[in-house]
Design a protein around this ligand. Structure first.
Ligand code: AMP
Ligand code: MG
Length: 356
């Protein structure tokens, strides 16, 4: 490992959850007594390319939060494809063997790649787990990102094809063409949030909020029995300004948008969600896509896919997928809310209009 961990904060400042502004009644831990004066235990660390906050409303041992962050780091160390951060990870090794030989992964990484392949199939490649060559070429998020040469884009596009990956027994995967590369940036945070949530649930935690850089995962309701109030990021305003508020519990809420990572060249904004057909950042009129589901990995994959699909096709995807709800916003400032959320999402930003 080259460089890592940035900091540990006791309180979470970046979180998009509004709940703390509302309920004051806090419940002491699963083993302890209710204590309204007690603050939740919150820990924030930098991992998976973002700030990750875990807020537990219980008297928990330090070991429990340590176990959560150890698990998150384990996932990062297996699945990162950043050669700046790591000399080697499972996915770097897999990508280095593209077109040459299969590579055996851990069950974790294999599971994420298999799920990613299923979402690639489900969305006909709007989400494509072999988007790696394009992600590497654009390198969006790095300080020296610029628009690549046309021929390099064409070359990278020719390497992106989720049907050219084979899954073998023993957690072994083979990328069939030289130059192929998988990238799980659109799904790994969701997987990590699910795994973190599982550790807390297994420990008996009944009320918790996890924020994986905008991937929100809630356990139970707020300690006072009311719903969490989750601010959905405004797609055109700075962090922590909201499009509206979603009320809910025991679910995950994941937003994808072009504002998260981008650079500007000659007045044009180039963001990090890429169209595998054109090789350029997606431009289809979408401003942001939010997906609500039980499993964070699913919501993460589908929010990215929905952004790529655009307003109409994304609606079809959500309406035909069980247990999935969504909020989509386009450049005309129209907001589509899936039927299951209409009673519990309040649009608060001025200038937007609900689509019926
Ligand atoms: P998200 O923030 O979850 O929407 O994921 C965006 C990240 O997913 C990018 O930073 C890339 O690492 C990766 N990515 C970009 N475009 C795609 C795509 N079309 N399919 C799958 N992953 C993508
Ligand atoms: Mg995603």
């Amino acid at each position: 490992m080259k460089s890592r961990k940035k900091c540990i904060l006791v309180h979470n400042f970046t979180i998009t959850i509004l709940s703390a502004l509302f309920g004051a009644a806090l419940l002491a831990g699963c083993a302890g007594r209710p204590d309204p004066s007690k603050e939740p235990v919150t820990r924030t660390e930098y991992a998976l390319g973002t700030y990750i906050s875990v807020r537990v409303y219980a008297e928990v041992e330090d070991d429990l939060l340590q176990a959560v962050f150890d698990r998150v780091m384990e996932i990062e160390e297996k699945m990162s494809v950043s050669e700046d951060d790591y000399d080697t990870t499972e996915l770097l090794e897999l990508n280095r063997r593209a077109g040459a030989e299969p590579y055996q992964l851990s069950p974790d990484t294999y599971e994420v790649l298999q799920a990613a392949r299923e979402y690639s199939e489900l969305t006909n490649g709007a989400f494509d787990l072999t988007i790696g060559p394009l992600v590497r070429l654009w390198n969006i998020g790095s300080e020296d990102a610029t628009v690549p040469e046309e021929h390099a884009i064409t070359e990278a596009v020719s390497k992106v094809d989720y049907t050219d990956i084979s899954f073998e027994s023993n957690d072994t995967v083979y990328l069939e063409e030289a130059g192929m590369a998988v990238d799980v940036g659109a799904i790994a945070k969701g997987y990590a949030a699910d795994q973190a949530g599982r550790i807390l649930l297994d420990a008996g935690v009944e009320h918790a909020l996890l924020d994986f850089g905008g991937n929100i995962f809630t356990i139970g309701k707020k300690p006072d029995g009311s719903n969490w109030r989750i601010g959905i990021q405004h797609p055109e305003e700075p962090r922590n300004q909201y499009l509206g508020i979603l009320e809910g519990y025991d679910e995950t809420v994941v937003t994808s948008g072009p504002y998260e990572r981008y650079f500007v060249e000659d007045g044009v904004r180039y963001h990090h969600i890429l169209d595998r057909d054109t090789g350029y950042p997606v431009r289809n009129g979408m401003l942001s896509s939010t997906v609500v589901a039980e499993e964070s990995m699913e919501a993460d994959a589908l929010s990215t896919a929905a952004f790529v699909l655009g307003m109409e096709e994304a609606q079809e995807l959500v309406l035909s997928t069980d247990g999935v709800e969504a909020i989509f916003v386009n450049e005309e400032k129209k907001v589509w809310i899936s039927p299951g959320l209409r009673e519990r999402f309040e649009l608060t930003a001025p200038g937007f209009e609900l689509l019926s």
